[in-house]
Design a protein around this ligand. Sequence first.
Ligand SMILES: Cc1cc2nc3c(=O)[nH]c(=O)nc-3n(C[C@H](O)[C@H](O)[C@H](O)COP(=O)(O)OP(=O)(O)OC[C@H]3O[C@@H](n4cnc5c(N)ncnc54)[C@H](O)[C@@H]3O)c2cc1C
Length: 417
Amino acid sequence: MRYSGFRVALEGLRGNRGWTRAWRDPEPKAAYDTLIVGGGGHGLSTAYYLARNHGLRDIAVLERGLLGQGNVGRNTTIVRANYFLPGNSEFYSFSLRLWEGLEAELNYNVMHSQRGLINLFHSDGQRDAFVRRGNAMLAQGDDAILLDRDGVREHLPYLDFDNARFPIHGGLLHPRGGTARHDAVAWGYARAADRLGVDLIQRCEVTGIDVENGRVTGVQTTRGPIRANRVGLVVAGRSSQVAAMAGLRLPIESHILQAFVTEGLKPVIDHVVSFGMGHFYISQSDKGGLVFGGDLDFHASYASRGNLPMMEHVMEAGMALMPMIGRARVLRSWGGIMDMTPDGSPIIDRTPVEGLFVDCGWNYGGFKAVPASGWCMAHLMATGEPHEVAARFRLDRFRTGRGLMDEEGTGSQHSLH
Ligand SMILES: Cc1cc2nc3c(=O)[nH]c(=O)nc-3n(C[C@H](O)[C@H](O)[C@H](O)COP(=O)(O)OP(=O)(O)OC[C@H]3O[C@@H](n4cnc5c(N)ncnc54)[C@H](O)[C@@H]3O)c2cc1C
């Protein structure tokens, strides 16, 4: 079924009885050509582009829970292309271009809203760093506008310019940055992949990876063994655990990141605002809730909930920046499991096991990467060669120390150990 405004009107008149299921619920087959482990944003987009770009049809996505229940449905929905370093810069730029056509591509309303993202700065040194970042963005073909204090005030008059712990000197505006509805992205890719024949198998946890003579031959699951000679591990925060099933040790630590949402309010914040010095960022959802978060909880964990000290820290930073939010009531908070690499940049690569590929290390920024990650992982799995915009996301950079892209990485340098 094709979705359209006409269809919505028609179904409204017919009592909404004509809608069909968005995807099938098939039983797993005994064997597939290609398996994707993990039905988050990256797994679903990989499956979709394997079918769409490379014509593969015998594909299954194995998801241990329900599609969209992982981080793809838990994030704060920011989509941007303002990375600084070569390697990341071209990848996220490519991803944003895919976002800009995604609704038409998937025939699904993912509510992509390019409302503009403003990163605040609070010192001359920080201003210089943002000028460099803005220039890198422009050189990459993206957009960036440096705002002075009055420029920020025009956009964000409600900020406390002098008392937000650090006086606000200006900001870097990325007009094409914004948000998208997170779970719609998972559902949109799921529906589009299903339409190309991909089997989406929910409640199917992978419990083992079969390797014979250095080659992957299939997986063990809670719904029985499934054979395949090409397997992609796309399990975000569980990457280390799942890769260990094939005897691999990944340079990934799993950390909690929390987010918060208030009751619905009338429109009050019409950009995404990022306050790096205070570890706080905020936007307003289409339902009116203020969606905000801060930094990692900074202890490794697989629990999908956060701790109270970080909650207090985020609330304090928000109150300092925009005291008005103290009047909004927080409705919910939650946590997700982040797959952190030491250099803060991702991995899309082969593994030492033939036929086994890995897509992980998205840190706290993998939502915006969903389209390009799927595109590039599919390219790698189908052709055996890395895609040009993901060519630097190599696993061996942590062993050799060559090609590290320290985009706010806080981990150790593996090559020195
Ligand atoms: C609070 C928070 C805020 C964030 N904000 C942003 C943001 O604003 N912008 C941004 O770009 N990014 C953001 N992120 C990061 C982003 O959400 C993640 O980087 C990204 O979603 C990870 O990729 P994914 O969607 O594939 O992960 P997931 O949705 O977690 O998918 C992985 C899937 O693998 C499945 N799985 C795990 N183990 C197995 C197994 N053994 N067998 C089968 N299936 C398995 C899981 O159930 C899960 O569904 C945020 C994350 C959080 C938690």
